[in-house]
Design a protein around this ligand. Structure first.
Ligand SMILES: N=CN[C@@H](CCC(=O)O)C(=O)O
Ligand SMILES: [Zn+2]
Length: 434
């Protein structure tokens, strides 16, 4: 069978981010995108084969141009597909009532402590069938794709029993199989202490450690293990036990850290060797320094701070301290019901002191490293997956300057066009990719 060839031609700017596959970018390197002007990409069977200036690539493949599907990117910006390394994709229901309560002064934790928040979504998710959760997740994935996102991480954590955590992870697996967006799964049984264990949270911690983690690992349902380390949720000691139990079963640690209060979550992430520490709005200077030293990726979620009307994490300070920074939507029904990585990048610039280049690095290669996919995706280099976005702007700075707009024009997943002129063109129920 002949190869499927795609030739993206003559981008005004082609952001390659080459040389970043082995480790996330830090410091000044986060702002160096390795751009090719008038750049072109030759793709064969879903993988990037060659990148260069248009004339050079055309000359190299002159005998085979007739076999290629040609995409004209003249005047446009081409980047790696966006990667979202922190989502709570699979859930039922919505919480606009809580948003309205917060607009009138109630706080996120007050609502949760009264049985709303994560508990409300847990009830709705426990009641929902696999089919309903699949359909809700599919709709969100279509929206992610339309915004240029080609890979996401998805957490469980709205089941809080073995049965319902497995249901969420299985829905995520099925979505991965049937939707062009790739999904990397994280077990988060320690997302909240369910009402039935309120009197004795340590018993629930034991259930997570003794029942859930071994079974999730045995059934290969997740690669990562995450915990909400926050005053009133899980203590640093409980979080440590949960993350260490995961490590024992091969689940790599991630942590929701220092979101509402300083709670030494960043310090724990560094000491345990977490792949990432996420949120970090209230991380201490000591914790940030320890993360830099240990190479823990900071997954920052400026949409959550925005939506909770809180001060954002200090992305500038973290980058200057040498911490590798990634960005994410934190898509979830309570603290950040958005699917828009372009908006998140805008907020990274406007609320966290990051540059236009840094937010792109944070949303592509560093985000890929935060889910251990840095060797396959996140930059445009020979041998990597042809997950690509063509934005209808002439340069990468305009992506941030014309804020609040989805500029994604064409999206390719594994070399196949899945969004064309801003419209979905893939059949979301048939995985067309390997
Ligand atoms: N903070 C904890 N977990 C989620 C919110 C979950 C929810 O409110 O439903 C987060 O990352 O923000
Ligand atoms: Zn989260």
């Amino acid at each position: 069978m002949s190869k499927k060839i795609t030739f993206i031609r003559n981008a005004n700017q082609l952001v390659t981010l080459t040389g970043s596959s082995d480790a996330p970018l830090t410091g000044k390197r986060m702002d160096q995108l390795n751009i090719i002007e008038n750049g072109s990409l030759w793709i064969e069977d879903g993988l990037i084969e060659y990148i260069g200036v248009d004339g050079e690539v055309a000359e190299r493949y002159k005998d085979r141009i007739g076999e290629a599907e040609i995409i004209d990117a003249t005047g446009k910006l081409v980047t790696p597909g966006l990667v979202d390394p922190h989502t709570h994709l699979v859930y039922a229901g919505s919480r606009e009532n809580e948003f309205n309560m917060r607009l009138q002064g109630a706080t996120y934790m007050e609502i949760m402590n009264k049985g709303g928040g994560i508990h409300a979504t847990t009830s709705a998710t426990r009641e929902a069938s696999h089919e309903v959760l699949f359909e809700e997740g599919r709709k969100r994935l279509d929206q992610f794709l339309l915004h240029g996102v080609t890979t996401i991480e998805a957490k469980s954590g709205y089941g809080l029993t073995l049965e319902h955590e497995i249901k969420q992870l299985e829905v995520a697996e099925q979505l991965h199989e049937q939707h062009p967006v790739d999904i990397v799964r994280t077990f988060m049984g320690a997302h909240a202490v369910p009402a039935e264990y309120k009197a004795d949270p340590d018993v629930f911690v034991d259930r997570v450690i003794q029942d859930m983690i071994p079974e999730v690992a045995r059934r290969n349902l997740a690669e990562f293990n995450d915990v909400f380390c926050e005053r009133g949720v899980f203590t640093p000691e409980q979080s440590k036990r949960i993350l260490e139990a995961g490590i024992k079963y091969g689940l790599l640690p991630k942590i929701h850290a220092d979101e509402i209060e300083p709670y030494e979550g960043a310090e724990l992430a560094a000491s345990i060797g977490a792949v990432s520490a996420d949120h970090l709005l209230r991380a201490s200077d000591k914790g940030i320094a320890m993360m830099a030293e240990a190479g823990v990726i900071a997954v920052l979620l400026p949409g959550t701070a925005f939506f909770l009307m809180a001060e954002s994490a200090d992305g500038r300070k973290m980058i200057d301290a040498g911490v590798p920074v990634a960005l994410s939507t934190d898509c979830n029904p309570g603290s950040s019901p958005t699917v828009s990585m372009p908006l998140i990048m805008n907020l990274g610039c406007l609320k966290m002191g990051m540059t236009s280049g840094e937010v792109l690095t944070a949303s592509t290669i560093n985000a890929a490293h935060a889910i251990k996919r840095g060797k396959e995706i996140g930059s445009l280099e020979k041998g990597k997956k042809a997950d690509i976005v063509i934005f209808d702007v002439p340069n990468y700075m305009q992506l941030q300057y014309q804020y609040g707009v989805n500029h994604a024009h064409t999206v390719l997943k594994g070399g196949v066009i899945v969004v064309d002129a801003g419209r979905l063109v893939c059949n979301t129920f048939t995985r067309i990719l390997n």
